[in-house]
Design a protein around this ligand. Structure first.
Ligand SMILES: NC(=O)c1ccc[n+]([C@@H]2O[C@H](COP(=O)([O-])OP(=O)(O)OC[C@H]3O[C@@H](n4cnc5c(N)ncnc54)[C@H](O)[C@@H]3O)[C@@H](O)[C@H]2O)c1
Length: 239
């Protein structure tokens, strides 16, 4: 199936690792040009990639990085917000500090807000598409994940609000279950190798991101796509 992404100008945040890096690589395969934003160094990926350094919680840095990418490519067609942190996974709410809660919200919510805020003027001119990384943690939880779940629920709600707020720009989010990335390895370790535990690849997520980013998904707007192998579809009914 054609995605019609060749030549598109794409900005990916969190581009140095995991899902963001897989998205960069997938857009390049489709012939897009990619601005790779991260607070860490991104790997060298060729002439069609402009690496920009910024912390998504720093508004001035975000504004400068977004403008640098849009200037280089003559605008923006697609923004993908992958930058995120998991925070104190496994810590009960009674032991979660305000600082830890605020740090997760700053990156996962404020960071997404800032990137879209500063990309929006470029996207509106082009009639573009935004895809944000939320998580299945917006809808379901494990113990000790209150900050992360709160932040991802906010991303789902913000996706709808942005879709309404930005005429001519489609805004959707993806909500994957556990993905084998450095983040998940750091939180869960060898559990990811248990064949009984469904784990997806960064490339699985990138495919969904590209599908939503594609102009061929022009009818899809304000949606949260939950991809969890059907786990959340199971009723608690004892049958
Ligand atoms: N791995 C999973 O199981 C999983 C599941 C669902 C959703 N997600 C979400 O997918 C996104 C990507 O996660 P991942 O698993 O690829 O993680 P990762 O740790 O492999 O990559 C995250 C990237 O974001 C960057 N980053 C973090 N904070 C930043 C900041 N303040 N400014 C700029 N860059 C920053 C990091 O440097 C890193 O390159 C996150 O939003 C995460 O919440 C992950």
């Amino acid at each position: 199936m054609r995605l019609d992404l060749a030549g598109k100008a794409v900005l990916v945040t969190g581009a140095a690792s995991g899902i963001g890096l897989a998205c960069v690589q997938a857009f390049l395969v489709e012939g897009a040009r990619v601005g790779a934003l991260d607070r860490a160094s991104s790997p060298a990926l060729g002439d069609d990639v402009l690496a920009v350094h910024a912390d998504v919680t720093d508004e001035r840095a975000v504004a400068a990085a977004v403008d640098a990418v849009a200037d280089r490519f003559g605008g923006l067609d697609v923004v993908v917000g992958c930058a995120g942190i998991s925070g104190p996974v496994g810590t009960p709410v009674t032991e979660t500090s305000v600082a830890d809660f605020a740090a997760v919200m700053a990156v996962n919510v404020t960071g997404q807000f800032l990137v879209v805020k500063h990309a929006a003027p470029w996207l509106t001119a082009a009639g573009g598409s935004v895809v944000l990384l939320a998580s299945d943690s917006a809808f379901t939880s494990a113990p000790g994940m209150v900050p992360y779940g709160a932040s991802k629920g906010a991303v789902v709600a913000m996706t709808r609000a942005l879709a309404v707020d930005l005429p001519g720009v489609r805004v959707n989010c993806v909500c994957p279950s556990v993905v084998d990335t450095p983040m998940a390895r750091g939180d869960l370790g060898d559990v990811l190798d248990d064949p009984a535990f469904p784990v997806q690849t960064p490339e699985d997520v990138a495919w969904q991101v590209l599908h939503l980013a594609s102009p061929r998904s022009r009818t899809v707007n304000g949606q949260a796509v939950l991809a969890d192998f059907g786990v959340s579809a199971h009723s608690g009914f004892p049958a």
